[in-house]
Write a protein that binds this ligand. Structure first.
Ligand SMILES: Cc1ncccc1N[C@@H](C)c1ccc2c(c1)OCCO2
Length: 116
């Protein structure tokens, strides 16, 4: 039977390798700047009330280091949370809103490529 593990490209790296690879590419993307560190609620009025579950790339990096992701799916949920929070708080045509859409598209494309 097909193993539970996601299909991997040749040379089969495990799911956590894929998470590390994807996170590295997100962190170094030129449009990652709004998402690198937790949003400081003091410098962004309303953020604390509107965004119930804050998430950012440095927190995801920490969670990988602490082995808090059991699979690619739980990692993907946190990455999507970053961009869902962004859409909730920022206009689509704002600088941060535009960066969020670019980064989400980039993530989905690279994830699909790495899973081939
Ligand atoms: C992802 C996000 N969503 C909504 C608001 C902010 C942010 N990002 C923070 C880092 C951020 C990004 C840009 C900023 C800023 C804070 O503080 C004021 C100057 O410009």
């Amino acid at each position: 039977p097909v193993s539970k593990k996601a299909k991997m490209r040749d040379g089969g790296t495990d799911e956590l390798d894929v998470c590390q690879q994807l996170l590295g590419e997100l962190e170094t993307h030129q449009d990652a700047w709004p998402f690198l560190k937790p949003v400081n609620p003091k410098s962004v009025p309303g953020y604390k009330k509107v965004v119930k579950k804050p998430m950012d790339l440095s927190t995801i990096r920490e969670k990988i280091a602490n082995k808090q992701y059991s699979c690619l799916e739980s990692f993907t949920d946190d990455v999507n949370l970053v961009f869902d929070n962004c859409e909730r708080f920022n206009e689509d045509d704002s600088e941060i809103g535009k960066a969020g859409h670019i980064m989400r598209r980039f993530f989905n494309k690279r994830r699909a490529e790495l899973l081939k």
